[in-house]
Write a new protein. Structure first.
Lengths: 113, 113
């Protein structure tokens, strides 16, 4: 089955620093999502991205967050000035299409200290 | 009332037992229902995807949806130690490729040999 690849697997950063999380989606997919999961909490929707534009974002996805497709294949999630409460697992995902559901990446664990 | 509620467990069963996992929801607009399995610090993996009310079976797994009661279930027959994981229910208002998921908090299952 096609995979969604995320790097790094673990990132530790100091509060106030910028972080960039990277994802290589299933090739040729136009739809793309970012979710996050704070330890012990639900997986939460952050943003959906379609054809190089944000199509929907949650209230979590404030001005500190941005998503880009810098080179036509990779996707990035940038947090400009990290806060302690940004510590979480961040997952990117592609929809599976007709068969339903998503393929999730293995996630990036972000720790803000 | 939370949009999706799921008993977090933990649930511990002996190998070979039948496992029943459940979620309730409040938003009657949800039409598509999924179950994901998540191993520790990994991305969710799709197990079952169903549309509207009814049953769906795939090997040892059976998903049931009762929209009138806003209640979904996942049954695992002949449970194995390898089934030990966190099981997440998820649902969406639309299908295809452009939709966001709303997750339950997950139920931690341990199957003891």
């Amino acid at each position: 089955e096609p995979e969604v690849t995320q790097t790094p697997s673990h990132q530790v950063t100091q509060m106030g620093q910028e972080v960039i999380l990277r994802c290589v989606p299933i090739s040729n997919h136009l739809y793309f999502y970012w979710y996050r999961q704070i330890l012990g909490q639900k997986v939460e929707f952050l943003v959906s991205f379609y054809n190089n534009e944000i199509s929907e974002k949650s209230e979590i996805f404030d001005d500190q967050f941005s998503v880009e497709r810098p080179d036509g294949s990779n996707f990035t999630l940038k947090i400009r000035s990290t806060k302690l409460e940004d510590s979480a697992m961040y997952f990117c995902a592609n929809p599976k299409g007709a068969s339903g559901g998503y393929t999730f990446g293995s996630g990036t664990r972000l720790t803000v200290v | 009332q939370k949009e999706v509620e799921q008993d977090p467990g933990p649930l511990s069963v002996p190998e070979g037992a039948i496992v029943s996992l459940n979620c309730t929801y409040s938003n009657s607009a949800f039409q598509y229902f999924m179950w994901y399995r998540q191993y520790s610090r990994k991305g969710p993996e799709l197990l079952m995807y169903t549309y509207s009310s009814g049953n769906k079976e795939d090997g040892r797994f059976t998903a049931q949806v009762d929209k009138s009661s806003k209640y979904i279930s996942l049954f695992i027959r002949d449970s194995q130690p390898s089934d030990s994981a966190t099981y997440l229910c998820a649902m969406s208002q639309s299908g295809g490729s452009n939709y966001k998921l709303t997750f339950g908090k997950g139920t931690l299952l341990t199957v003891n040999p």
